[in-house]
Design a protein around this ligand. Sequence first.
Ligand SMILES: [Zn+2]
Ligand SMILES: [Zn+2]
Length: 475
Amino acid sequence: MAGIFLDQLKKAPILCDGAVGTLLYAKGIFINRCYDELNISQPDLIREIHHDYLQSGAQIIETNTFGANSFRLERHGMADRVRDINLAGVQLARQAAKSFDVWIGGSVGPLGVRIEPLGKISLQEARKAFRDQIAALSEGGVDLLLLETFGYLEEIHQAAVDAARARGWRHVYFNSLTIPYWAIHVTAVVGIALTGFSWLGLSLALAFYVPRMFFVTGAYHRYFSHRSYKTSRWFQFVLGVGATLTAQKGPLWWAAHHRIHHKLSDEPGDLHSVKQSGFWWAHHGWLLARDLEDTDLSRIKDFARYPELVWLNRWWVIPPFALGTLTFVLGGFHVFTWAFCVCQVLCWHGTFTINSLSHLLGRRRYATSDDSRNHPVLALITMGEGWHNNHHHYQVSARQGFFWWELDATYYVLRGLAAVGLIWDLHGVPDHVRADRTEATHDGLVSRIRERSTKSERHDLTEGWRALVGRSSRS
Ligand SMILES: [Zn+2]
Ligand SMILES: [Zn+2]
């Protein structure tokens, strides 16, 4: 059942476990005890309850941490044990669920005190209490957070959800795996400052940028995600290696996630939608988040049957690491700075404009059900990907600039590769698809509005969950 939580939730109901406190009481623990502390003093009892729910078919196991915040623990003289108790709660759930394919939900309940203006506790103090608990649950490695049984709207909205989101932000951008990402950014800047500008450096950065960007768009995107042309097995592997040189994870990972973007464009569950999750998440948060590290091979069965691609997908970091090392060994620090670091940063953010800016800036030629747009500058930076509304309108096309004046450098390279026989069967754009500009018509607008309202009704439940869940998938 590995996969993305919100995506699974859309497909079918997910069965959560039930009350833990009630069962503890039934097992002889009187209500004057601190139930959360049992994670430490009676771990077997908690594991047993988790196990019973797992045996009954629960797909989410909640940690026994409903009251493990500093205010509630203070009543038992344990306000300083928030971290220990929450960490232990996650550990017990993980141990119980070891042989089950389930999510571990970090349970966060109300503070049990009144917050201003109804009570004496300030919003700031309340946020801190939630933040401390959520930090410990995240550190323990929960897959999602469940903010439950709140009777006071402001408390859940202004304190608990805020705390969960703040924690999510730090967790996304600053984790052990984002160290190389930020280190390359820093090296690019420091390298220029130390070794200075040179035309050779700039030329190298641009010379490396073009093939890299080609592999992003011609390989990751137009081949692995959309199969917009055919090729041989060996050249397919070359495309895969070329794509990984751009350090945007494995080709199967990239394509599997991209297919979700098209399936749910700008709707709940779209992994990089500005509309759903904000600019920075859409720009690069989704790529950095540890929660989305797994590749759902069921979404990319067509390529997952090639063992060499599965291998490359797992060890994607080898080609960019080798490239970085090679530029350093052959050219020294100055060449490494420009040809690898500066070029890499430009290639990353150039690519990421498609996830962020291409759903914000530019013109909509076609009445797609998302916010995709066409923008000539973005198309120039990304070798043709900026014709993003065209692409959402007709995804299988190898060509994203639909007209001769829409520059699409990737397509020109693909035509070149086809001319020498390395690839073939490039998908074109049928005339009726190119001419289907219903956006400006009354009927087009009406059908778009209808489609949107149906979709939003369908996703009401998911939206509700989204408000409650801090982290959206299994790690
Ligand atoms: Zn696409
Ligand atoms: Zn898009």
